[in-house]
Design a protein around this ligand. Sequence first.
Ligand SMILES: NC(=O)C1=CN([C@@H]2O[C@H](COP(=O)(O)OP(=O)(O)OC[C@H]3O[C@@H](n4cnc5c(N)ncnc54)[C@H](OP(=O)(O)O)[C@@H]3O)[C@@H](O)[C@H]2O)C=CC1
Ligand SMILES: O=C1O[C@H](COP(=O)(O)O)[C@@H](O)[C@H](O)[C@H]1O
Length: 384
Amino acid sequence: MSGGSDVSSPSSGRISTSSLSDLKDLDLSSESGCLSIVVLGASGDLAKKKTFPALFNLFQQGFIQSGEVHIFGYARSDMSDDGLRERIRGYLKGASDEHLSQFLQLIKYVSGSYDSGEGFEVLNKTISENETSENNQPGNSRRLFYLALPPSVYPSVCKMIRSYCMTPSSHTGWTRVIVEKPFGKDLDSAEELSAQLGELFDEEQLYRIDHYLGKELVQNLLVLRFANRFFLPLWNRDNIDNVQIVFREDFGTDGRGGYFDQYGIIRDIIQNHLLQVFCLVAMEKPVSLSPEHIRDEKVKVLQSVSCINHDEVVLGQYDGYKDDPTVPNESNTPTFASVVLRVHNERWDGVPFVLKAGKALSSKKAEIRVQFKDAPGDIFRCMY
Ligand SMILES: NC(=O)C1=CN([C@@H]2O[C@H](COP(=O)(O)OP(=O)(O)OC[C@H]3O[C@@H](n4cnc5c(N)ncnc54)[C@H](OP(=O)(O)O)[C@@H]3O)[C@@H](O)[C@H]2O)C=CC1
Ligand SMILES: O=C1O[C@H](COP(=O)(O)O)[C@@H](O)[C@H](O)[C@H]1O
């Protein structure tokens, strides 16, 4: 079902000649020396389920070398290095005990608050000690800060990083900050957050992440849509009856109320993960695969979405949500939401896009269901 044989086509799996020359031109001098990866919110759910396992995968593939790379966890919880290692050990799969222990030994833990200098001073000292240890080339340091934290604390944490933990200006290398979703709570707070981060860091230092964009199914969407002659002519209102983009989980908040209850399912899943998937399903063909061109098409399709009709929104909260001790007793936060988006353009007019997300449901699944219209003159109707 793949398309033509263009060397730069994503379906060919080959790298185009222009990207090889781009690689040759890259200045790699700032890509050597000690790399410190700091996971802020290391005591939390994201850190144990995804961030540390992802780092472990990199370690297993040889991208993280003992001696050159050091990993630091930071959070308020009082824990020892071993306490953090034990907390994440069970989530690191597919390795011998020896390999696992080598990885865990790279990790250190620093405890401190998110809005006062003390903890960040200790963090900086711990990072610096590793940078000047005998294995490392002096004068080089790369520092990567991953904010596995509720967005409410991003501004204060970023201020602390800026004040206490930047790569020293006398060193070659860099400081980068990875920011999780949701990016604020609404337009005003997103713009405010953007301005706050913009005052502290250059755009090239900031990385905004949505892990759904890294999923294979989601990455394949562009190929399915734009390199496939079967689907190309069918992807429109003449042939498609409705589209459902669904996220369901068979577990609840499980102690994540400290983050989740401030945001709810719409901001946790729909506004970011499902909306990104929606854009890839509904947007027009981008000029190229460059991030800017893809972004431009996403923006256009979002601008074509009509105001949401309140009659087409369903909200709910699962029974037992408030039994989670991290959730406030009086919480009214939705853990389920379904919303219909209507795209007012030539391709999609009249086709509802149903975005649905829920926690503590009967099964775990993330799916995109594109329902085609019935074939005319259906001879199978009597069989249903
Ligand atoms: N969990 C997941 O699978 C995924 C989560 N994310 C994103 O990661 C971020 C963190 O989520 P997650 O790890 O699940 O959440 P958690 O509730 O587990 O929070 C992470 C850590 O942040 C600290 N924390 C929690 N609530 C607060 C609060 N109100 N104020 C200050 N600190 C707090 C706690 O650490 P301590 O008390 O020790 O300081 C906690 O261990 C969110 O932005 C979420 O959208 C993204 C993708 C997947
Ligand atoms: O971003 C989030 O995603 C996870 C689900 O991720 P998945 O890759 O396992 O589908 C979700 O549990 C969490 O609430 C949310 O913050």
